[in-house]
Design a protein around this ligand. Sequence first.
Ligand code: NDP
Length: 255
Amino acid sequence: MRFKNKKVLITGGNSGIGLVTAKLLVQEGAKVAITGRDQKTLDSAQKELGENAIAIKADVLNSEERKNAMQLIQEKFGELDAVFANAGIIKQSPLGTTTEEDFNQVLQTNITGAFFTVQAALPLLKQGSSVILNGSVMSVLGLGGSSAYSASKAGVRAMTRVLASELGPKGIRVNAVIPGATKTPIWGEETPATQARLQAISRSIPMARIGEPEEIAKAVLFLASDDSSYMQGTEIVVDGGATSSPAGAPIYLGK
Ligand code: NDP
């Protein structure tokens, strides 16, 4: 029970990687606060996670909702041992047809939202606590049509180092998890087209498959726990080898 009596906030905890992380944390004894915008998935996550979780409707971009969420967490938990700034969105942003609104929404959600989540949580973060930001391998892949998302995740990686410098003197660690393609609702409905897309991506991954959210969540739990007590301002890449050894992917091996 690595997380007995530990309290953790996960933004975007009502779906995908965030929800699975919340489940593993509760299994290991933590009390977890999850946030998101969609009341329906918040309700079902609350039911699934049980009494050791609180599901709070809060948009990471809404300062009033962020403030209310932190107030509620303070009332229920008193303090926080870890924050997983995980909420994020993806939108295509091809050069030539992208609107400023779409571009800004991605940057704001993924970068500004993460920054102000950490800022709002700061009064509750005690000495020895851990902050984890969610990056992406898209920050280094140069995939066409993804300027907004890729730039946002490169920003998250840079910000991790800055926040580590700012929070280190307060005894708070800040690190990032860098997932590769992972099976979550972010890819849209499970249509044959989505399956074909994920199948194609699998061929560019040395491990020849898409990641499971549990595989990302386990790295997050490591970063949130004292097991990573000497890790600061750095990253754990969980991508089946996609960015470290792409030449081993089926697509390059003629498979
Ligand atoms: P999901 O779509 O399943 O989860 C995204 C979560 O973010 C949802 O819970 C959503 O809740 C929440 N969210 C989005 N916008 C806001 C907002 N403005 N305020 C509060 N919550 C918000 O996808 P994933 O689990 O895959 O994504 C989680 C993170 O992992 C993201 O940052 C994503 O970029 C990153 N990632 C994912 C990869 C993948 O292949 N799946 C690969 C690399 C990184 P709601 O809609 O209710 O607001």
